[in-house]
Write a protein that binds this ligand. Structure first.
Ligand code: AMP
Ligand code: MN
Ligand code: MN
Ligand code: MN
Length: 303
């Protein structure tokens, strides 16, 4: 083989992963959002259609503690020729705070995952009654019935449904305003709750053949020391990635968590955390791309 051809071939081989990574960066990938199977507003098929209309190329629906929307989401995505990734967002309690872990490429029929999620959902109904009791004491009667009007899945009543009711009453200006005044620690309607352990959540995801991604780390209020322990433990349990570009992060946090990802050897993920039109800060597929210095969680996904 002439020398130049060989050189070209080598170059192509060497360049190939870089070209692939570059092409992957150009895709619009949204790996975090919700339907009315948890606390989103739209049914899974409408979320799929909206993702497609917004130019999303690869899409994951990640309902809280629930995989019931996956069948509809997968079918709807296929109908509009949208690449689909089965997902879930699991509620975890770690060091007294709630942490969310997204599972991607899960087998939603995995028995340990299905049972684990059912156990995680189990306390929600009781908690909702307690939240409503507190709100009644604070002068907002009928909050359980009010919240239930927004619930698509009786198994999954979330603080978000209460937030929508409080908004409907005109007591707050938007969802952020609700969560500054109600439903959080120290405010009316806050009921402490123990979710899954980090070990269980990552174990269920990995047991279902999935990839564990820590959702919106910038939202947690840990000390630097505790954050280090959280990331170490997540890594040790087999966590693969953290969300870097998410609707919950500021622009400064994109670069901050890109550094964190590189420091701990995590891949980076991107997801809007879209819940509904006119409600979410960020639309499906509308976030900036991942920073160049972080390796995308999808870098080796077959297409
Ligand atoms: P739960 O799982 O019932 O505790 O509800 C948590 C949900 O409430 C999250 O998934 C968000 O949808 C919503 N939420 C919590 N805090 C906020 C906030 N500060 N702004 C907007 N939505 C929030
Ligand atoms: Mn939510
Ligand atoms: Mn979350
Ligand atoms: Mn979410």
């Amino acid at each position: 083989m002439p020398k130049n051809t060989l050189l070209d071939k080598r170059r192509t081989i060497l360049l190939y992963p870089a070209v692939q990574l570059c092409l992957f960066r150009m895709l619009n990938i949204d790996l975090h959002c919700h339907s009315n199977i948890s606390d989103g507003i739209l049914p899974p098929a409408e979320v799929a259609a909206r993702a497609k209309a917004n130019g999303v190329d690869v899409w994951a629906l990640t309902d809280h503690d629930e995989v019931d929307g996956i069948r509809e989401a997968r079918q709807a995505a296929a109908d509009v020729n949208l690449e689909y990734v089965p997902g879930v967002e699991i509620s975890v309690t770690w060091a007294g705070q709630t942490v969310h872990v997204v599972g991607l490429h899960i087998d939603e029929t995995s028995e340990s995952l299905v049972c684990g999620l059912a156990a995680t959902r189990a306390g929600r109904e009781r908690r909702a009654t307690d939240i409503a009791g507190q709100l009644a004491t604070a002068g907002i009667p009928g909050a359980l019935e009010g919240a239930l009007k927004f619930v698509g899945n009786p198994d999954l009543i979330s603080r978000m449904h209460f937030a929508r009711y409080i908004l409907e009453l005109g007591l707050c200006t938007d969802v952020g305003d609700v969560f500054r005044n109600y439903l959080i620690e120290g405010k009316p309607g806050y009921v402490p709750h123990r979710w899954a352990t980090l070990q269980d959540a990552v174990g269920w995801i990995r047991g279902a053949g999935g990839i564990a991604v820590m959702a919106h780390p910038g939202r947690y209020k840990y000390s630097d020391l505790a954050f280090g322990e959280l990331f170490d433990e997540f890594k040790q349990l087999g966590g693969t990635a953290i969300e870097v570009v998410t609707g919950s992060h500021t622009v400064d946090q994109y670069s901050q968590y890109a550094k964190v990802a590189n420091h701990y050897g995590f891949l980076g993920s991107r997801g809007s955390d879209f819940h509904g039109p006119g409600e979410s800060r960020v639309e499906l597929g509308a976030l900036p791309p991942l920073p160049d210095n972080v390796k995308p969680v999808w870098h080796d996904w077959p297409r």
